[in-house]
Structures are given as C-alpha cells and as structure tokens.
Ligand binder design. Structure first.
Ligand code: MD6
Ligand code: FE
Length: 220
C-alpha cells in the first residue's frame, strides 16, 4: 500500500462515525471493520479449520478462559514455559495459517487512520470470548518493537474495553466496543494498560453468543 494521508472527506467520515481519541496515540475507529465483515468471517472459517481455537494454559498452569488461535508469520502462545511468539502452532507442528489480505489491509488502514504509517503486522491473535469471559488489565509487551502499534478489531457481541494508563494503578476509562469497532494504539500509548470487562450474554448473527477479537502486532 502506498503511503497516503487522509483527505478531508475521509477525516470527516471518521468523525461522523463517532471515532474518538482515547489519549495521545490511541483511537477508537467506530464501525471501521464493517465494510469487510463478510470477507473477514470467510477468512476466519478457513483459519480456524487449519488452526482451531483452543484454550491455552498460563505459565502458572491455569487454563485461559479466552479461546485463541493465530494467523500470520508468528502466533502468540502460552504454556508452562511462559508467553511468547512462535512461528509454529504447537497443536500440529505446522506454520500458522497465512494472514489473509483482508486482515492485513484492514490493520494497515486502521493504523494509518490512527496516525501510524506503514504498519506491517506479522502476527494476528484471534480471541474468542464467551459470556462471562474477561481479560484482566495488562500491557502488550511480548513484542520486540514497541515502535509498531497494536490494532484490535471487535466482532460479534459487545464488550466494555478498559483503557488505563502507563501504571497499573491508573484508573481505566470504560469504552463500549461494538461489532466492527477498531481500537489502535501506539507511540506514547503503546504500553498503556488495557483489558476487557466480563462479556455480557448476547447474540450476534455472525458470531452467535460470542465476541471475537483480532489483534494485529509486529511480533518480531
Ligand atoms: C480486546 N484484547 O479484546 C483487547 N491483548 O478488545 C487485548 O488487549 C489482548 O485480546 C493481548 C492478548 C490478547 C488480547
Ligand atoms: Fe492486550
């Protein structure tokens, strides 16, 4: 993709959709993924046949409540050895499925709209949240290059995203995320704490009772 800047029309459209700045370096892009939803779910079907969603185990031995898989050159994995990125799916000894073009382009466009030029993600972590599932406050810091942003795509039933500060004790704000919303953060916001409140039961035509989150990173 060529480098470009947003024209006034594109900028006005983002504002019209209700996009908001969370802090310097962090933006919510409302409905940004909606125009790609059909292609995204078609790609997700292919990925999860090759690399099914599974419950990983924390280094401490607990089964995680969010089911995960990956696509791209690297996948985020957790087991008794710790958290890391790995080019191989431990479940089958094969490479992770390729990152589909629709994912790559969506992540690059979202990063650009949030002010991050030339984002080249090489990892996409796919998370499935069932009702009641949460993600406690954490920093994304398993990546080697904190100059690259994180792009997070929400699909399916709604969730409340917690957006905190650089210290765990900084009180987070609550950001409701709907199907198609994208959050992008980097630069001064790259290591901000964030999480997801327990997901309330609900129904979405494309995901049933679940929420799916795609997070794009430059892992290595
Ligand atoms: C979200 N997800 O689900 C935000 N971070 O809206 C994350 O922050 C996240 O899903 C690290 C690993 C997996 C995740
Ligand atoms: Fe995270």
């Amino acid at each position: 993709m060529d480098k470009f800047t947003l024209n006034l029309f594109e900028e006005a459209e983002l504002i019209q959709m209700g996009s908001e700045i969370l802090c310097t370096g962090a933006m919510v892009l409302r409905g940004f993924a909606l125009c790609d939803e059909t292609a995204i779910f078609k790609a997700l079907d292919t990925i999860t046949i090759a690399a099914p969603l599974r419950y990983m185990v924390t280094p401490g031995g607990f089964r995680m409540s969010v089911a995960m898989t990956n696509c791209g050159s690297y996948g985020w994995v957790s087991d008794h050895n710790g958290y890391r990125y790995d080019a191989i799916d431990p479940n089958n000894g094969q490479s992770w499925p390729n990152m589909p073009d629709v994912f790559l382009h969506l992540a690059r466009r979202a990063a650009l709209c949030a002010g991050f030029d030339n984002f080249i993600p090489n990892a996409c972590l796919i998370n499935r949240y069932e009702p009641g599932t949460r993600l406690s406050l954490h920093q994304d810091k398993n990546e080697c290059d904190f100059d690259a942003p994180i792009v997070s795509v929400s699909l399916g039933i709604p969730a409340i995203f917690l957006w905190g500060g650089l210290r765990r004790a900084d009180r987070p704000i609550r950001v409701p995320l709907l199907h198609g919303d994208v959050v992008a953060w980097g630069g001064a916001a790259r290591l901000h704490y964030h999480g997801v409140l327990p997901v309330k039961p609900g129904y979405h035509a494309l995901t049933g009772s679940c929420r799916i989150n795609l997070t794009f990173r430059k892992a290595i």
